[in-house]
Design a protein around this ligand. Structure first.
Ligand SMILES: Nc1nc2c(ncn2[C@@H]2O[C@H](COP(=O)(O)OP(=O)(O)OP(=O)(O)O)[C@@H](O)[C@H]2O)c(=O)[nH]1
Ligand SMILES: [Mg+2]
Length: 252
């Protein structure tokens, strides 16, 4: 009697609306992680030649932090479930969602950690910060104080992570509630802060869905690029190592 061994093919195919073929553009060139129009050439070639190593099995950890009630949970729910709840239900500790993408033909997943903004749950939430590849700091574009607290959220998140190895995003939510004049005022401050902390700035609305998909596609794409580049570098140094050991073997 033969036994069927479950394999990776058991996973359902990636949803058609999670397929990324082009590099999604930044929100504002003034505050962007990078402003290129296309995916890195080396990354594209590696994907075409299926030289992406373990990236296809990778799950990048993304943490979402920020003041209470700024809209972190709504942002994740709009993207992952296409749902919006107008009633506030505080996150207790943490929650997480998995999202599977296909970037340049390679499977790639994000694990989105939704953390609590309320002071009394912060202690539990911060134990989940470690190992993040991406940190998303959320503020409410109608609440200047929540932008003012962004630096503190970043500082706390970086205590658990290597600052040189994370990608940062500063995200203003509830854009639907602000008038153009109010919005442009806070945008100036937010862009300035994003430049200072080297984060990419985005503004969006989970109620209308404006920019939500674009934002997460950008997050997934930039995290993917970094992972593929690291894989290329790793295999490059492996080759160099191989050559050296061969040389030693023949005493050259
Ligand atoms: N109008 C509008 N309301 C929003 C938007 N995003 C969130 N809200 C509302 O803001 C409130 C708080 O949203 P949550 O997503 O629960 O906030 P949170 O940041 O997860 O809060 P904590 O879990 O306590 O840290 C809820 O009443 C939401 O309906 C938005 O884009 N537009
Ligand atoms: Mg929440």
């Amino acid at each position: 009697m033969s036994v069927r061994v479950p394999s990776m093919s058991v996973l359902p195919p990636v949803r058609r609306d999670r397929v990324i073929a082009q590099l999604p553009q930044c929100y504002s060139k003034k505050a962007a992680v990078q402003t290129k129009d296309e995916f890195n050439f080396k990354v594209k070639t590696a994907c075409q030649e299926q030289r992406t190593g373990t990236v296809g099995f990778k799950i990048a950890k993304v943490i979402v932090v920020g003041d209470l009630a700024v809209g972190k949970t709504c942002l994740i729910n709009r993207f992952c479930k296409d749902a919006f709840d107008k009633n506030y239900k505080a996150t207790i500790g943490v929650d997480f969602e998995m999202e599977r993408f296909e970037v340049l033909g390679v499977p790639f997943s994000l694990q989105l950690w939704d953390t609590a903004g309320q002071e009394r749950f912060k202690c539990i939430a911060s134990t989940y910060y470690r190992g993040a590849q991406t940190i998303i700091i959320v503020f409410d574009v109608n609440d200047v104080a929540s932008l003012g607290h962004a630096r503190q959220w970043l500082e706390d998140a970086l205590k658990e992570n290597d600052p040189t190895n994370v990608q940062l995003f500063l995200v203003g939510t509830k854009k639907d509630l602000s008038s153009p004049a109010q919005y442009s005022q806070i945008e100036q401050d937010a862009t300035k802060l994003a430049e200072e902390i080297k984060a990419e700035y985005w503004a969006l609305s989970s109620l209308t869905g404006e920019n939500v998909k674009e934002f997460f596609f950008r997050v997934a794409s930039l995290a993917f690029e970094v992972n593929v580049l690291a894989e290329i570098e790793k295999s490059g140094s492996r080759h160099i190592g191989d050559v050296i050991s061969e040389c030693t073997a023949v005493h050259c």
